[in-house]
Design a protein around this ligand. Structure first.
Ligand SMILES: Cc1ncc(COP(=O)(O)O)c(C=O)c1O
Length: 435
């Protein structure tokens, strides 16, 4: 093992040995090298005559650039747009995202957590979680309604064993099923990685306060039973809440400072929240119970994460980070975000209104939804994929079949006035197929 990795592991173990046990083999081996980046950072500070360290090209202190590139980037300097960002992300952006996280989640104020590390979107953040915490065969606990890409990220790339529990019971979350599945894995394995995605893709459901407490309490109970629990919140669609039932703060807030064997990991992104899908800016942050911000344990986890980034994508886009950082710093950022959330809520409300029509009851039952970009229909009598294909080929309407029974509608992509028509067409398509 590299001595730098050993040092980081010692820092983690000295603060909380359970967190070291939670790391995968790869997670233990990871470190941030004292290579080009560290030497270049030292040179930035001390090389007052010449800095000949890094593989960029400079002209009079400015990043060498082509006018054909810079003409697209009015108002951003070549250094801000084109130079490499640090592997852990731009320091200013990390601070701004933390500030936003605390404003959105006031229960985190005063609690210990790491600085967010910048990832190349949330998918990349989750891949890093897989690398850091999952050995082949380790169990990842998930509901039966998931974003399909989890299979590639965790099962295919890291050979995790996926265990699923029923997400819904009636009009709410099946928290007893979650608890039972969780405690079962803990008894069997002594370790579990749990992925919690609210607002949920594909269903658009966020638990209410009571359900969120039940989920958090079950995780604490699992930790109390002697198992090591890594609880990861995938907050991709955070902030889009359409009625009073959905909890307003990330479930992460209910997991911090609860138990030494419970490590909370927050994976989130500007992607959906700031409507910058292709810019690829995400974040990963850690919180271990009783460990204050600035602790060597967090520094070690941040460095291991940065090492994993250095060894794969090296660093995320400087230009994207600059754009997101500037947006977060705008005094009207939250007002701009609020206005878009109103547009999305109007669409969700229209979906609810349209679905009240009793004519549709023969064709489907909507799953509960109160947040996010999507909602799901449980299709009666015919296969959801057959309906999808028929609606697409005969009627030109695109939806996503997420299982044999469930069809996902991304109302985030529809104007309010298009929504009734879409469901009418789906109903028509169902009638053409249903026996
Ligand atoms: C639940 C969930 N998590 C993560 C992601 C990935 O987001 P990103 O585009 O930032 O990688 C998505 C994207 O669809 C998602 O639905």
């Amino acid at each position: 093992m590299n001595p730098l990795a050993r040092e980081l592991n010692d820092d983690i173990a000295a603060t909380n040995p359970h967190v070291l046990d939670m790391l995968s083999e790869l997670g233990r081996e990871l470190y941030f090298p004292k290579g080009i980046l560290t030497q270049s950072a030292e040179a930035k500070e001390w090389a007052h005559r010449y800095n000949a360290t890094i593989g960029t090209a400079m002209e009079d202190g400015v990043a060498m650039n082509l006018p054909s590139v810079m003409e697209h980037l009015d108002g951003i300097s070549p250094n801000e747009a084109l130079l490499y960002a640090p592997s852990q992300g731009l320091a200013e952006l990390r601070q701004e995202w933390l500030r936003k996280t605390l404003l959105d989640n006031p229960d985190l104020v005063g609690r210990g957590m790491s600085l967010p590390v910048v990832t190349n979107g949330l998918t990349h953040g989750l891949s890093l979680v897989a690398e850091l915490f999952l050995n082949p065969g380790d169990v990842l606990l998930l509901p039966d309604m998931i974003w399909g890409n989890y299979r590639l990220i965790f099962q295919v790339r890291r050979q995790a064993a996926l265990r699923q529990y029923p997400f819904f019971r009636g009009q709410g979350m099946d928290t007893p099923a979650f608890r039972e599945a969780l405690l079962g894995v803990c008894r069997e394995r002594g370790k579990v990685v749990v992925l919690l995605n609210f607002p949920n893709n594909p269903s658009g459901y966020t638990p209410d306060e009571e359900e969120a407490d039940a989920v958090a309490d079950a995780l604490v109970e699992a930790a109390e039973s002697g198992a090591n629990v890594v609880a990861v919140t995938d907050d991709a669609y955070y902030g889009l809440f359409f009625d009073d039932s959905a909890v307003r703060q990330s479930l992460f807030t209910k997991l911090v400072d609860r138990h030494p064997r419970l490590l909370a990991v927050k994976a989130d992104a500007a992607t959906k929240e700031v409507y910058v899908w292709g810019l690829r800016v995400g974040f990963l942050a850690f919180a271990a119970a009783g460990v204050p911000s600035g602790s060597p344990l967090y520094t070690a986890l941040e460095k291991k994460t940065s090492g994993a980034i250095r060894g794969t994508i090296s660093n995320a886009s400087m230009l994207s980070q600059k754009i997101v950082c500037d947006a977060l710093r705008r005094p009207d950022f939250f007002e701009q975000r609020r206005r878009k959330a109103v547009l999305m809520k109007n669409r969700a409300d229209e979906v609810k209104r349209v679905l009240e029509d009793p004519r549709f009851a023969e064709a489907w039952t909507p799953y509960p939804f109160n947040s996010g970009y999507f909602m799901c229909l449980r299709i009666h009598r015919i296969n959801a994929e057959d309906l999808r294909l028929h609606a697409l080929r005969k009627h030109g309407v695109g939806t996503i079949s997420v299982s044999d029974t469930d069809l996902r509608i991304a109302f985030s992509c529809l104007e309010v006035h298009q929504i009734r028509d879409l469901f009418e067409i789906l109903h028509q398509a169902w009638r053409e197929l249903a026996p």
